[in-house]
Write a protein that binds this ligand. Sequence first.
Ligand code: HEC
Length: 132
Amino acid sequence: MNIPSTLFLLLLYSPFSLQAGATEMLLDQYQASGAGAFTAEQGAAVWGRTVIHANNGQTRSCSDCHGGDLTKVGRHAKTGKRIEPMAPSVNSQRLSDPKKIEKWFKRNCKWTWGRTCTAQEKGDLLLYLQQH
Ligand code: HEC
């Protein structure tokens, strides 16, 4: 194998580049669908937002399941199941698979806010989560 392709494979399979690749791809996609500039600060606010759920009048937020500290294990609010830390710095699987990210954005925004997330919210959230 020659040197350039070895380097390419190294880049391809290092957790860092996987993450950067997946999030960059999604950020481009969100941008293309009309979102403005993304910031981690806005993402933090979105992550911390609590809404009153129409069904039961209880408040819900992302940290209900993922916990207050993204580097720590979370617990599913309904099933009590363990959820691995969200922070890519301690969980290299995080933000590495665009399909998985999109699937859970869809489910979790619905559960938490009763609606899908906008492209703007998803971009801001990705930047915020990526920092951890
Ligand atoms: C009812 C519990 C629950 C709530 C509330 C919740 N999540 Fe999740 N989330 C999960 C579960 C379960 C998974 C998938 C299991 C896993 O990846 O560990 C997950 C995975 C994710 C992932 C996939 C990350 C990756 O790359 O592996 C993202 C992104 C995410 N959630 C974002 C959010 C956001 C944003 C909110 C708030 C709008 C939120 N979650 C609220 C339970 C929840």
